[in-house]
Write a protein that binds this ligand. Sequence first.
Ligand code: GLN
Length: 502
Amino acid sequence: MTADLTRLSAADLADRLAAGEVSSVEATQAHLDRIAAVDGAVHAFLHVSAHEALATAADVDARRAAGEDLHALAGVPIAVKDVVVTKGLPTTAGSKILEGWVPPYDATLVERIKAAGLPILGKTNMDEFAMGSSTEHSAYGNTHNPWDLDRIPGGSGGGSAAAVAAFEAPLAIGTDTGGSIRQPGAVTGTVGVKPTYGSVSRYGLIAMASSLDQAGPVTRTVLDSALLHELIGGHDPLDSTSIPEPLPPLVEAARQGATGDLTGVRVGVIRELQGEGYQPGVLARFHESLDLLRAAGAEIVEVSCPHFEYALGAYYLIMPSEASSNLAKFDGMRFGLRVVPEDNPTAERVMAATRGQGFGDEVKRRIILGTYALSAGYYDAYYGSAQKVRTLIQRDFDAAFAQADVLVSPTAPTTAFKLGEKLDDPLAMYLNDVATIPANLAGVPGLSLPNGLDDGLPVGFQVLAPAKADDRLYRVGAALETLLEKEWGGPLLAQAPELETR
Ligand code: GLN
């Protein structure tokens, strides 16, 4: 009985909770048991907050019993990426420099999760400060892909994706600066959504690159993402870049899409995001999915975004520039680690020693790149040029969206690679995000959903929509999901190998 509870979608679990067939304490305990059984092998979690989760669950059960009107997801447990601050729960962003830090406040999205009564199971592993595509840059060890424990779960949010794929949590929160929700989704067979920039509050996210960061849902179904997105999104006066408008109707769009009818929807295939560098099996699944969309009544058109070829280059100047500035606050004075050299411990030497020992190699690489790109004499040539490219990419999107309602591409160029395979080759690692980065540079929303296997490993399909039209992601995503699951006879994750439990 309890084992089955971990296999339900969040929407189905919510229905059973509402019907009184199961309690939140039972559902939460089932997930904690699953974590105890498999997380030794998967290592999706950096911290499990069993006590707090069960207390929330008991409170929701009591309120439900008293007849209180609860949120649709009340009592459904959730995991939160460790880059999001949680009052009273350790928050490290995957870095040694924040080891032992317990935030005194909640991120806005965490406040909303708590207010709605979702028990927080714990904090998930990630690349240090969200820098990476494999979670191997975590200071706290690798997360393993539940489909094959020798392979990466994607990154930076590999912990959230693996937790959801391994049935340790029905819902999780991720953050996406260049693909860290969507690419882990693709390689673990889960659904991940990067909302429109400014539509989910960044208050309480430990910033990597403020003009690119966006938090969003990590789930097993498109409808679950819509439900979670509606819960965490919407205006927040504490974030100066928050859009002061309500979200479009996301759950409604997902339900409409689930009928499998896309008559009249124009789907634009981005010419530049396929071909060279993409694994043949990834391209094969992509074209099969296009056939399904066509059969559902969508009109498939080809669009060209000629500046996307410079997106990765522009990203790796803008992102490190912003990160170098955002990470300056980790100085050994305010949060977490403080390393005091024995001789002559001046403030400057304490800061240098703390940052030297507290940051990992990838973080240092990006701080150095960023300070260089921003330095006098180079600013115009690097940062300035990258900003111009960013504008050209935004114009490419504008032109493409004049021809199509949504744009599509493979989410990631390959399936999950082996742990260690790309660790010593930063450029190879950066290339995982060629298809996801343009959306961050333009601020538009993107969704990844599983669309098949290649050699037994999941492949992801990406849908992009204009800013503030996130509902289109859910309509098209849900339609494709319905059609694919008809072919598979159920969800793709049902085909994942059973994990050994202990
Ligand atoms: N993999 C990309 C990077 O390393 C994106 C990371 C992210 O989205 N947080 O920067």
